[in-house]
Ligand binder design. Structure first.
Ligand code: ZN
Length: 195
């Protein structure tokens, strides 16, 4: 995944610049959701159940639970709503990469950003059915992937400097069993939005 490679380079560079004293949470150069994430809504564009490869996946429930996890633990307070003016749009995809669990794409108006180079007005996040099916992720695990992608939509990037600190934005969050936003993620979001 090109995005991951690029973000790794950015993170390593930042780590060197700060003499190894980098904070755990990482940003996309402090870019963030315009209008903040304390109010507004998200919209889930899937059916209640999604059948893939003969198995049933609860993508809508996963995203709803992931947004609830963020609401209960942080200043993020987006609620479920319709597609119009949704700040985050969630759906499922079938991308031909069995090691890709989820994606996030940012938009400023109609301009797509694969890595943010400006503030954004909307983010699209998706679970990749091929990936979660190939690795036989449990609902708890793919709900964690949803929470991780929400973290990207809010403006958190991956961390490579202090991987021992629990965080949903760690690249190995599933392996380490960090399934919901952790203190570090919450601190990162709060500081990004100056709350
Ligand atoms: Zn990620």
């Amino acid at each position: 995944m090109k995005k991951v490679v690029s973000m790794l380079l950015i993170s390593v560079f930042a780590f060197v610049l700060t003499g190894g004293n980098a904070m755990a949470y990482q940003y996309f150069n402090f870019y963030r959701m315009e209008g903040g994430i304390s109010e507004g809504h998200y919209s889930i564009q899937t059916s209640v159940t999604v059948v893939y490869n003969g198995k049933t996946y609860y993508i809508m429930r996963a995203f709803n639970n992931a947004f609830t996890d963020w609401r209960q633990r942080s200043i993020a307070n987006l609620v479920s709503g319709n597609l119009t003016d949704a700040k985050v749009v969630a759906y499922s995809v079938d991308l031909d990469d069995k090691h890709l669990y989820g994606i996030c794409i940012w938009y400023k108006g109609s301009t797509r950003m694969d890595i943010p180079n400006d503030h954004w007005t909307k983010a699209y996040i998706a679970l990749n059915l091929k990936g979660i099916d190939y690795h036989q992720l449990t609902e708890t695990e793919y709900t964690a992937v949803a929470a991780h992608e929400i973290g990207h939509a809010f403006g958190l990037a991956h961390d490579v400097g202090t991987a021992q600190k629990p965080k949903i934005m760690d690249e190995a969050f599933l392996v380490k069993g960090w399934y919901v936003p952790q203190d570090d993620d919450v601190t990162g979001v709060r500081k990004l939005y100056e709350l």
